[in-house]
Design a protein around this ligand. Structure first.
Ligand SMILES: [Zn+2]
Length: 310
């Protein structure tokens, strides 16, 4: 799992709670949010920042800890952000970064979060974890479901951000070549087990990849989520690599998956093939009913005929 999912899951089990989130912001949605923030919010000046209107247990950083940004109280948030303008946004994995006057960053995403731009106060949700009011009487609200980031940090501290996953490859970067992919498979070691799901989301894992986007990637590459990575033939490795690149790029180009809403509260344009609503429905390729199982901390969906375990 990505870093904030690992932390989120730990907190939920500490409080003996079941995750209420079925969908999460992953790489494609983070890219889409940053693009929309650049197009819509850059240049807007913050008149007022309200954090903690509805305190959320699973907002990162956790209060009272030594985590980066935990030193800022709700009052600090208001004081630091007031008068600042949004200068740019970018994403890294599933973390959305919003730069304020170049010296501070607001870190969002990294979980289940609604980040919505409002042209009028009528659409602002009753409960939220952050509300920015801009000088032109428009707004940005952030509401966490499950867990997510509402973190303030100094731009110079970005390399200390705990949830970006600097040690993981960004699967859409030039660095992620087929050779790099094969090297990661070889690094698993002769006698070690490493199924496809675990390989993609945690060991080694790819930046911003979680249990959501892998479902369609594995389906299209005809790889079962439980499949041992080392057992993949050269052709299977090639197909899985290319499918990963192509489908992730499609998800980005279409503004995220249709399970997630964007900055304008609109569903993403990428139509998922495998998800909760197609369980027991015929596979679009071979008509075998689609199966759902719990595996590796979350649901997996697959076609038992197209995606063989061995
Ligand atoms: Zn099938």
């Amino acid at each position: 799992m990505d870093l904030c999912t690992i932390k989120g899951t730990k907190i939920l089990s500490k409080y003996k709670l079941k995750p209420s989130v079925s969908v999460m912001i992953e790489l494609p949605e983070a890219v889409a949010f940053s693009k929309q923030i650049n197009e819509t919010l850059v240049g807007k000046k913050i008149r007022h920042a309200l954090k903690g209107q509805n305190p959320h247990k699973f907002a990162f950083p956790e209060k009272g800890t030594k985590q980066l940004g935990a030193e800022y109280s709700d009052e600090d948030f208001a004081r630091i952000l007031t008068g600042k303008s949004i200068t740019k946004s970018w994403s890294s994995g599933n973390v959305i970064l919003v730069e304020m006057d170049t010296d501070y960053l607001l870190s969002l995403g990294c979980g289940g979060e609604k980040i919505v731009y409002h042209e009028t106060e009528r659409t602002i949700p009753k409960k939220h974890q952050l509300l920015l009011t801009f000088e032109d009487d428009t707004f940005l609200s952030v509401t966490i479901s499950g867990w997510g980031e509402v973190r303030l940090l100094k731009t110079e501290d970005l390399e200390r951000h705990p949830h970006i996953g600097y040690d993981k490859i960004d699967p859409l970067s030039a660095e992620f070549t087929f050779e790099a992919f094969e090297r990661l498979i070889e690094e698993i070691g002769e006698n070690r087990k490493r199924n496809a799901k675990r390989f993609f989301i945690s060991e080694p894992g790819f930046r911003g990849i979680g249990n959501g986007v892998i479902q369609d990637i594995f389906f299209l590459a005809r790889i079962h989520p439980r499949r041992e990575m080392r057992s993949l033939s050269k052709e299977e490795r090639r197909l899985l690599y290319e499918t990963t690149r192509i489908e992730l790029q499609k998800m980005v180009d279409l503004g995220g998956r249709d399970s997630e809403k964007d900055l304008f509260d609109t569903w993403g344009g990428y139509k998922r093939r495998l998800h909760g609503k197609v369980v027991d429905e015929p596979c679009p390729v071979c008509e075998t009913p689609i199966v759902k199982e719990q595996f590796g901390g979350g649901s997996i969906y697959f076609c038992p005929s197209c995606q063989k375990v061995e």
